[in-house]
Structures are given as C-alpha cells and as structure tokens.
Design a protein around this ligand. Sequence first.
Ligand SMILES: C[S@@+](CC[C@H](N)C(=O)[O-])C[C@H]1O[C@@H](n2cnc3c(N)ncnc32)[C@H](O)[C@@H]1O
Length: 290
Amino acid sequence: MAEGDSSRWDFRSVADPADAGAVTGAGRESGADLNPDIPHIARIYDYWLGGKNNFAADRAVAEQAMTAMPDMRASVLSNRAFLRRAVTHLAGEADIRQFLDIGTGLPSADNTHEVAQRVASDARVVYVDNDPIVLTHARALLTGGPAGATAYLHGDVRDPAAVLAGAAETLDFRRPIALMLVAILHCVADEDDPYAIVAALSAALPAGSALVLSHPANDVNPTIGAGAAAARMNQMMPMKVTMRSKTQVSRFFDGWELLEPGVVPATQWGTNDPTPTALWAGVARKSARQ
Ligand SMILES: C[S@@+](CC[C@H](N)C(=O)[O-])C[C@H]1O[C@@H](n2cnc3c(N)ncnc32)[C@H](O)[C@@H]1O
C-alpha cells in the first residue's frame, strides 16, 4: 500500500481460502471451513475472552477445557495483557513502528493496532490469520488510525514465504518490525516444524526488529490443569494443540537477544501479577550480529 493511502484497511489473501482447508500436517485442519459444527481455536478463544463470535460446538470445547482448568479465563486474559504491555513497550521506548501479528484471533479489546497507534499514531500493522471467521470479523470491526496503516492477510504461518511476501506490501523490511507470535505456535504441530517457521520469519527481519512470543505450557503452573485442558481440547477438536515446556519455548528465541526478564510466565513480563497463567512469554531484539 502506498504511503499516502494508509488510512484504510487493506484485505488480501495470501492463500486461496479454498486451498487453506487442505490438511498440511497429519490429522490437522487449517480451519478454513466456517462449519459451525466444527470447533475452532479462534472461536473457542473468543468465548474465553467473553466475545460473541462463537458457536455451540466451540462453547462445548471451551467449557470442557474450563472444567479441567478453572483459571482458563484468567490465563487467556493474562496473555492479552502481555500483548498489550509488549506492544506498548515496543511502540514506545523501543521506537518500533511496524508490527507483523500472526495468529491475530477475533477482534477483542486492545487489538495490536489500537495499542500501537495509541503510542505511535503512524504505526503500521499487518495481521495474519488462517481462520475465515477472523477474516470476516476483521473486515467488519477493525479500523486503523488515519496516520498509520493496517492490513489483514488471510494466510497460514506454515507458509512463511507467502506470509512475508504479503506483509511486504504494507511493511518495509529494511526497517525494524516486531514479529508477533502470540499464542499461535501451539497450533503448529511438531511435524510442521515450528522452529523452522520461526527461523524463516526471523531471517527476513532487519537488525533492531523484535520477536514477541507467548505459548501455553504445562510447566508454568503445573497444578492448574493446563495439560488436562489441552488433552480435552484435542479429544474434541480436529485441529490439535501442542503444549511445549519452558525449554522448548525458549528455543524459539535462539539467535535473538532476550529482553529482561527473559522467558517468564505471561503475568511476569513487565509486571508482577499473581494471577494464574498457563503461558510462557518473552520479547527479544534482533542484534546487528544476527
Ligand atoms: C489462541 S488464538 C490467539 C489470538 C491472539 N494472538 C491472542 O493472543 O490474543 C490463536 C489464533 O491463531 C490462529 N491460527 C492457528 N493456526 C494458524 C496458522 N497455521 N496460521 C495462521 N493463523 C493460525 C487461529 O485461527 C487463532 O485466531
């Protein structure tokens, strides 16, 4: 999008929605099918956040997971609060003006462009998600500020080359970009090699860029039932989630310089909140040596 045209949303598809339904990993579904009978993570997450964009099948999975993990709602809210703090820091002190938010989710309170443009009105944000319901609601609900730019790509993180090509129409890859992988990588199975995906995305970013990442895990708060909740979800959803340990989550930051306080419970990044969370979270910076 040209600089002068930046006051609008731009919607593009980096994958044909019809193709996006193809199973690219064993037993997995991308979620391109809007069938309300098939529970999907974006709508389940929306339910936990108190949204209205979910169906009975999504609510059934969400409730089952909450039975296993009663603090689920507090945990997902802690993830949104982490996103808010990280983006505020990056758009402010770190002076980053470009954000590539992959695995956007349904519009909620304080979407990335709202947080970033509150701090820096000229912030440019590209959202990417592979769920067509997210695409539908992004069209209806999200609006960028007049000075910045906000684009939405219907795309799959498992095709990083296509995501990068689509994002390059709005973002300048010669200038720092914050790559946001907030509560999405548990949707990428080991057989789809999430480490290679993150490495491919990271390699495209210039020095001074940032990585914002959170990931649900069993070992943040081992007694709150996160593992049992994930197991119930995997019994009920065609799309599976993969919990990863702190060691496994930390590996996503290989080659990056972690900002203080490192990979920590989401409630401990930039604050000290006693609320239970099931997510590891961290923010890192790309140095000139990378
Ligand atoms: C748990 S939600 C997180 C939403 C948001 N990032 C947040 O933290 O509040 C995960 C999102 O990732 C999206 N997602 C899952 N797998 C994906 C993939 N392979 N490519 C792109 N988006 C994906 C889902 O559709 C969903 O909207």
